[in-house]
Design a protein around this ligand. Structure first.
Ligand SMILES: NC(=O)c1ccc[n+]([C@@H]2O[C@H](COP(=O)([O-])OP(=O)(O)OC[C@H]3O[C@@H](n4cnc5c(N)ncnc54)[C@H](O)[C@@H]3O)[C@@H](O)[C@H]2O)c1
Length: 252
């Protein structure tokens, strides 16, 4: 498939996990890809990437000027912007009594403010190209978890931001959607995936009986960004092996 030939794509959080898998998938399908991540992360990427079609940028999405610079650099280097994937994310675990003000705000700065800054700066370019946005939300934005309140609140806000921006920009020809993964094998979940007891609990809840691979999330992100999804707008799509199909009662 070459669904993204002549298209320019930004992926944030592109040095690892779902972001890296997504950037690679867009590249495989013909896109020019800006891979944005924190300082020092993009330089150490493993695996060959087609240099001519790739621009690696150091960007902290929680800083509005850095994000605006990312959008402007993309357009000046590649001439346009077709797809914005807001994938960078931060998780802080712990009960509310142990969460500091800084923990709380740092999760919101990355998981919510980062999407707002990037969409605000990208929309004029996306309106010109008839492009789209895909946000990486989470099943944690659709329901609560135990001891993850900042992440639940921030991902819930990101899910609502997805819907609100889809309404504001639909008439201008720009779609805004999100993927909502469950447990996926990435840098963020190394500890969980090593913990056999936790894994058994996830297997019990996920009807397909396993966690996801980052490429399986990338496949849905690229679908939502593609012409195939041209009538999909404002969706927070669970990519969760059936987890959200349950009302939460334990399996019999
Ligand atoms: N792994 C899971 O089980 C899971 C499930 C649901 C949702 N998510 C979400 O998926 C997204 C991708 O995470 P992942 O699981 O691939 O984890 P990951 O740790 O492998 O990748 C996240 C990347 O985001 C980057 N990043 C973090 N803060 C940033 C910032 N302020 N600016 C720029 N880059 C930043 C990190 O450096 C890292 O490269 C996140 O939004 C995460 O919340 C993950």
């Amino acid at each position: 498939m070459n669904r993204f030939e002549n298209k320019v794509v930004i992926v944030t959080g592109a040095a690892s996990g779902m972001g890296l898998a997504t950037a690679k998938r867009f590249l495989e399908e013909g896109a020019q890809v800006v891979m944005a991540d924190l300082e020092g992360q993009v330089d150490d990427l493993d695996g060959p990437l087609p240099e001519a079609n790739t621009l690696k940028l150091e960007v902290d999405v929680s800083h509005s000027h850095a994000v605006e610079n990312m959008i402007e650099t993309t357009v000046s280097e590649f001439g346009r912007l077709d797809v914005l994937v807001n994938n960078a994310g931060k998780l802080v675990n712990g009960g509310i009594e142990s969460i500091t003000n800084e923990d709380w705000h740092s999760v919101f700065r990355t998981d919510v403010d980062g999407i707002f800054y990037a969409c605000r700066a990208a929309f004029p370019h996306l309106v010109s190209s008839g492009g789209s946005v895909v946000n990486t939300v989470s099943v944690s934005g659709l329901g609560g978890d135990w001891s993850m309140s900042p992440y639940n609140a921030a991902k819930g806000a990101a899910a609502q931001l997805t819907r609100a921006l889809a309404l504001d920009f639909g008439r201008k020809g720009v779609r805004v959607n999100a993927v909502c993964p469950t447990l996926t094998r990435t840098g963020m979940t190394t500890d969980v995936i090593k913990d056999e007891e936790m894994l058994a609990k996830f297997r019990e809840r996920i009807s397909l009986g396993r966690y996801a691979e980052p490429e399986e999330i990338a496949a849905v992100i690229t679908f939502l960004a593609s012409h195939d999804a041209r009538f999909v707008n404002g969706v927070n799509l669970p990519v969760d092996g059936g987890l959200m199909a349950s009302n939460g009662q334990p399996p019999q």
